[in-house]
Design a protein around this ligand. Sequence first.
Ligand SMILES: Nc1nc(=O)c2c([nH]1)NC[C@@H]1CN(c3ccc(C(=O)N[C@@H](CCC(=O)O)C(=O)O)cc3)C=[N+]21
Ligand SMILES: [Mg+2]
Length: 289
Amino acid sequence: MKIIDGKALAVQMQADLKVKVEKLSEKGVVPGLVVILLGEDPASQVYVRNKERTAQRLGINSKVVRLPDQTSESELLALIDQYNQDEQWNGILVQLPLPAHISEEKVLLAIDPKKDVDGFHPMNMGRLWAGNPVMVPSTPAGIMAMFKHYDVDLSGKRAVVIGRSNIVGKPIAQLMMMANATVTIAHSRSKNLSELTKAADILVVAIGVAKFVTADMVKKGAVVIDVGMDRDENGKLCGDVDFDSVKEVASLITPVPGGVGPMTITMLMEQTIRSAEMSENNNSYSSNK
Ligand SMILES: Nc1nc(=O)c2c([nH]1)NC[C@@H]1CN(c3ccc(C(=O)N[C@@H](CCC(=O)O)C(=O)O)cc3)C=[N+]21
Ligand SMILES: [Mg+2]
């Protein structure tokens, strides 16, 4: 068993990103990321602070707009429009989840797809599913970067994703399919779940249930990626995977914390920088294809 050190990989990739930002800044293009956060949810506060700190460390201009929970939908939409128009900001991120009185769909549609560094706008989701990704959700992008760095070849492999969310489950399934894996998406209504997971060469878990995946559900030698950010019975941060038992079965496994989380932040920075590069190249908003 080997542990995937997401923290170390993040540090290494961020060193390269810092050089990129310096080069862009010399040309007068300073990447700018604005994060909009509604309410006081403590977990969201931590993530947003991490994003802000990392952006600043890389020389990215960053701003966090903290708004009260009761902010109206129209106020939020007006604010997004203001940042859409302002060239100084090439990345706009609205922290999810949003309060119940605000339509997530309306908010995500309001963000200029060119500035949608989360890759959650339907235009960016559609381009991903069409096989021409431009902005890719950062957690899935971070997982793919881990596969690359740790030489995990997906071609022809059986990959199982548990979780069907738009921000992790669906996009990571598509990215692995693009890398020629045979992908199954399982979820809370799937029957005989451990039958599916036991067949997986690659297992990605994103369901939000602490230590849900146990050793008996995992094939010997599997690669296990844990996207969970949960609390155990003692209130300690843990993932969706029972790390202590599953690590004895897996060939490669991500810890929580120090696995997927730091990579998520790193890929968000990378996309912010790419967005700045696109705006420099005459607003070219296109994939590499
Ligand atoms: N519009 C939007 N975009 C997001 O990308 C987004 C979001 N909303 N809402 C919430 C989720 C969650 N997310 C995390 C980012 C970093 C860590 C992270 O840094 N985790 C650290 C530990 C953090 C801690 O100590 O709590 C680690 O795993 O080592 C975790 C989770 C981004 N999200
Ligand atoms: Mg789900």
